[in-house]
Structure formats: C-alpha cells, structure tokens
Design a protein around this ligand. Structure first.
Ligand SMILES: C[S@@+](CC[C@H](N)C(=O)[O-])C[C@H]1O[C@@H](n2cnc3c(N)ncnc32)[C@H](O)[C@@H]1O
Length: 284
C-alpha cells in the first residue's frame, strides 16, 4: 500500500533526470487516465514512484520511461497507474461512519428492506479492502438473519490493491488496534504471527472488481449505500461533479453516501442533503 508522501520514496532524486516537461507529461497522463491531479507539490512523490518503474525496467531517464510507456502502453499503463495511485487506508478509518452505520442506518435498513431482505453496498476506491471489510464486520455484528442477501462491491483501478483485498491478508499490526473480541471473531493469525487473514465468512460478502471511476460502470445498482472516501480529493471539481451525479444515479432515493473527512459536496452536487460528519442522503 502506498501512502501519500512528498519525499522521494527510497531513491535519490539525482538518480534519474526528470525535466519539467517529463513531469507535465506524467501529470497529463495521470489526469487523463485516472482523474488524479498531480500538482507541482507532488513532484517528489511522482519522482519516487516512477523511479521504481524506471529501475525495474532497466531504463536510464524519465524521458526514456515516457517513450517506453507510449510504445508499450498496453502492458505498461496499468503499472503506471498502480504507481500513481495513493492507497492509504485502515480498518475502521473515520470511525464515526461505522458508528452511524451500526446505531442508525443498519436498524433503519433492516426495517426498510424487510420485504426484499437485500442489502447492496459499494466501496468505490476501496484500496486494499479494509473499508469494505470494516463495513462487513459492522453488518455481521448487527446480526442480520442468515436469509438476508447482503453483498458488498469493492472497486478500485489499482490492480495490486485489489489482489491484496481479495486475499484479505494484512500485516498483523493493521489489526492490532482493534478490539480483541473483534480481532478474534474476524481475523486468523498466521503461524509466524506476522500477518492476519480476514475470515472466509467475511471474505464471501465482498467482491473485488477493477473499475476506473472515470469509465463506464457495468453495474446498474441501485445501492443502499455508497462509500467513496478519500478518492475525489485527488480529482478536480469538474470530475467530482460528474462523478457525484453518477453516484446519485446509482443510489436509491434516501440512500446514503459517505465521503472522506476533507471532502464535501458544496458546489459539487445538489442531489444530496448533508446529514453531518461527511454523511449524505440522496434526495433526488
Ligand atoms: C486514499 S485511497 C482511499 C481508500 C479508502 N476509500 C479509504 O478511505 O480508506 C484512494 C483509492 O482511490 C483509488 N482511485 C484513484 N483514482 C481512481 C479512479 N479513477 N477509479 C477508481 N479508483 C481510483 C486509488 O487507487 C486508491 O486505492
């Protein structure tokens, strides 16, 4: 998982030459293919991330890498995209969302969907899956009857993080802060105690799929809730406007949208009503 950082990652900034033009080209490609805006303050981060690709391909400069990317776009574009994304996440990140889910929303949905006995949830920009598994744990703990059909879709455009999510294997310290009972119920500790794996019961609830939010979405919805947290912060306002309109189209009326702590919908979408703490209700 790649956290956000502005210092070169495990490389010396003199190792390969990156001109202003190289950086601009990388920013343009990132924006076109992912929506991610790489401003000048991201230059060191970009240097470190792309330097790794240059090294592993045995190339000698950023311009050589960009030429390679152009010629081998089919093979290299996904590595480029995987390098550019920031995947910072954690279990029960922004815990107030899970308290709201547990105390208010799940009891409400249990009544509302009693006829269909279905729940559909989307974790959009799921990174290594810890958001989706946190939702799954909250649902399990709420004790829905076993005949309910509950599915969580977890999507991201970075293929590496999806693989980790699918395996549900994390360093043991990722689960260390969890309540002991929760850890015991939902994680298996490896023999060497260095990693944990999410129990099959929870993994069965989550489907991991590659999806670029800028492209066509194959699923129709409607979802009862959508989590898209700490994703649009990297996009410009125009991209955000289009995206939140599409999210509204994929949520049922009254469905809830959860966004990240430094994101908000003011001036971006009037199809949601804020409920506080970056939780929104779809109104039209
Ligand atoms: C910082 S992580 C957030 C993870 C999680 N939602 C959370 O809040 O903990 C942002 C994720 O958005 C994904 N992402 C960025 N641009 C995307 C796009 N255009 N389509 C789909 N996912 C994207 C990245 O790959 C990354 O895994």
């Amino acid at each position: 998982m790649k956290p956000e950082t502005t210092t070169p990652e495990s490389s010396s900034s003199n190792e390969f030459y990156m001109s202003d033009r190289d950086f601009e080209q990388i920013s343009r490609l990132a924006s076109e293919h992912t929506g991610i805006v790489l401003g000048p303050h991201k230059r060191n981060m970009v240097y470190g991330r792309i330097a790794r690709r240059i090294r592993s391909l045995g190339l000698s400069s950023f311009s050589a890498y960009l030429a390679y990317l152009e010629q081998h776009s089919r093979e290299e574009m996904s590595n480029f995209i995987n390098a550019i994304t920031t995947n910072l996440t954690s279990l029960f990140r922004e815990p107030h969302h899970f308290h709201y889910l547990q105390d208010q929303l799940l009891p409400e949905l249990r009544q509302l969907n009693a006829g269909t006995k279905k729940l559909r949830i989307w974790s959009a920009g799921c990174s290594i899956g810890q958001e989706a598994y946190s939702i799954a744990m909250t649902i399990k703990r709420a004790g829905f009857p076993s005949d309910w059909d509950i599915k969580i879709l977890a999507t991201d455009l970075d293929s590496n993080v999806l693989e980790t999510g699918h395996q549900g294997i994390y360093p043991a310290d990722h689960a260390a802060q969890l309540d002991a009972a929760l850890r015991k119920q939902f994680f298996l500790l490896s023999a060497d105690k260095k990693s944990v794996q999410v129990v099959p019961e929870l993994r069965k609830m989550v489907s991991f799929k590659r999806l670029n939010l800028l492209e066509k979405w194959p699923m129709k919805g409607p979802f009862d809730l959508i989590f898209c947290r700490n994703v649009v912060i990297y996009f410009n306002k125009d991209t955000q406007r289009v995206l939140f309109d599409r999210f509204a189209n994929h949520l049922r009326v009254d469905g809830r949208l959860f966004i990240g702590h430094s994101e908000n919908l003011a001036g971006v979408s009037d199809r949601f009503k804020p409920l506080g703490q970056t939780i929104y209700r779809k109104v039209n």
